[in-house]
Design a protein around this ligand. Structure first.
Ligand SMILES: Cc1ncc(C[n+]2csc(CCOP(=O)(O)OP(=O)(O)O)c2C)c(N)n1
Ligand SMILES: [Mg+2]
Length: 359
């Protein structure tokens, strides 16, 4: 049952899954924005201006190709490395910066680890840091969609390492048994921090694990946006037609460190990285758009200038915003603060006023 997808370049996308040049350009803009955000945020962290960051460079075509094949009603259950998804869904860089900095505008009120954002209005669930836990959540949500007969799917995003987690297997089994409208989108970026893909499993592919659970698994070149879009659009059609889940393994490479707490030079070679960089998804798409006359040299440099400006202005504005009021930590556990919480809050505010606690 597990199928290995033919590369899109050989067979081309299935009918109805072709991407127009305008659509590709829109995707390219978001990919270029994501890459530039990544580079700036890594540098902000190195300068001590944000605390933590998880880069996604190298995975832009996988993320944006996938997001573009879904509808805004579909639910997304991400891991922590899905910048492209958030941007495609319309989450602004300002919203992300407010979360990274924990400003008073942070929608998560400074309560999440930096880089673990979500956006309720866009059906983007807060990123899971415990590996794989979002997978079972996505299957549960898909079961609800199924019961409501809603023409929706839930898509969950995880890495190669997450295929070794309990939740991956529990989620896949449940989805197979109940034929839930779930898309399991695995970005195999070849590393689970310092552990290479080969030491994660003896299976030849990650996609073939779907066979054991009774539904299709496909491998796609995650640097080829056409292949990713086609695979996800096909999986979505299956899901809404009641035919059940699909596992997609998008093969990519993590260009940067695992996170700002990691030094990849300690465990991997520059030669591998250089090899994958020749297939940089952004360069691939840029070349295609330039060859088709959709993107000119001037268009590209105007785009890069606009991106740089937007990023700088957003960082300045977010850095100028006041921090979250720490007294909000007494809110939201109960609809109304209990007398005990009121007491604790008043005490906390007194200690802050007297300088005993410096938030
Ligand atoms: C349950 C659990 N175990 C271990 C960790 C520590 N950890 C954080 S990221 C990571 C590797 C995950 O690799 P992968 O699933 O391939 O995703 P990637 O980071 O490559 O995108 C590990 C082991 C964790 N967060 N949660
Ligand atoms: Mg990985």
């Amino acid at each position: 049952m597990a199928k290995t997808a033919r590369p899109a370049s050989e067979a081309g996308p299935r009918p109805g899954h072709e991407l127009s040049n305008d659509r590709l350009l829109a995707m390219y803009r978001v990919m270029a924005f994501a890459r530039a955000i990544d580079e700036r945020c890594l540098s902000l962290q190195r300068q001590g201006r944000i605390g933590f960051y998880v880069p996604a460079s190298g995975q832009e075509a996988a993320q944006i190709g996938c997001a573009a094949a879904l509808t805004d009603d579909d639910w997304l259950f991400p891991a922590y490395r899905e910048l492209g998804l958030a941007l495609w869904r319309g989450v602004t860089f300002r919203t992300l910066m407010d979360q990274f900095l924990g400003t008073s505008a942070d929608r998560l009120k400074g309560r999440q680890m930096p880089n673990h954002y979500g956006y309720r209005e866009r059906n983007l669930v807060v990123a899971s840091s415990p590996i794989g836990t979002q997978i079972t959540h996505a299957v549960g949500a898909a079961m609800a969609m199924q019961r409501r007969r809603a023409p929706q799917v839930s898509a969950t995003f995880f890495g190669d390492g997450a295929t070794s987690s309990n939740d991956f297997h529990a989620g896949m089994n449940f989805a197979g048994v109940y034929r839930t409208p779930t898309i399991f989108f695995c970005q195999n970026n070849q590393w689970a921090i310092s552990l290479p893909r080969e030491r994660q499993t003896r299976s030849a592919t990650l996609a073939q694990k779907a066979e054991a659970y009774g539904f299709p698994g496909v491998v796609v070149d995650g640097t080829d946006i056409h292949a990713v879009f086609d695979a996800v659009a096909t999986a979505r059609e299956r899901a809404v037609a009641g035919e059940g889940p699909t596992l997609i393994e998008a093969q990519v490479y993590r260009f940067g460190p695992h996170s700002t707490s990691d030094d990849p030079h300690r465990y991997r070679s520059d030669a591998d990285l250089a090899e994958w960089k020749r297939r940089d998804p952004i360069l691939r798409l840029r070349e295609e758009l330039q060859n088709s006359g959709t993107l000119t040299e001037t268009g590209e440099s105007e785009l890069q200038d606009a991106i740089r400006r937007e990023i700088s202005e957003t960082i300045a504005a977010a850095e100028g915003a006041p921090p979250i009021d720490p007294a909000t930590l007494f809110d939201d556990t109960f609809a109304q603060r209990t007398p005990r919480l009121e007491e604790e809050r008043a005490e906390f505010e007194r200690l802050v006023r007297e300088g005993v606690i410096r938030p």
